[in-house]
Design a protein around this ligand. Sequence first.
Ligand SMILES: [Zn+2]
Length: 172
Amino acid sequence: MNTSLACAIDDAPAPLYIVKTSTIHGTGIFARSTIAPGTCIVEYQGERIQWEQALDRADAKGPLNHTYFFSLNDGRIIDGGKDGNAARFINHSCEPNCEAMEHDDGRVYIYALQEIEAGEELSYDYALIYEERHTPAVKRAFACYCGASACNGSMLMPKRSARYRAQKALAK
Ligand SMILES: [Zn+2]
């Protein structure tokens, strides 16, 4: 593992964030004070499940559900809705100020992409990969509410994008 990715959040005296109502959707997490670029903010915790289980769980919640899914390189999903922590409240954005990185041990941490001001909502690009057809039901389940001018309306990565292929290649 690249040592620059080391995450010292377990040693932090207090969380770098607060949880409150989001301007994007539902609940969000916000910078407690200024966060420097590259700072490791929080681990993304939750149950590790297969995509099929994730879709079943999304369907069960109805068309306007709020899911807490994170795609792992091995194709599984972390469902932050089960055994999760505050990281599940970080909203997706098509213009995010954070990024999620999966370490070699399969644990996922959220890092600041840029300087984040106190009170700013944290977000990252979920870039969820779904191999099957992006049916209307799937699209509804993963609709994006970020409101960015570059918003593409979905938390799912487009199936034919270069980034999608790159991530697929990485996942092999
Ligand atoms: Zn968006």
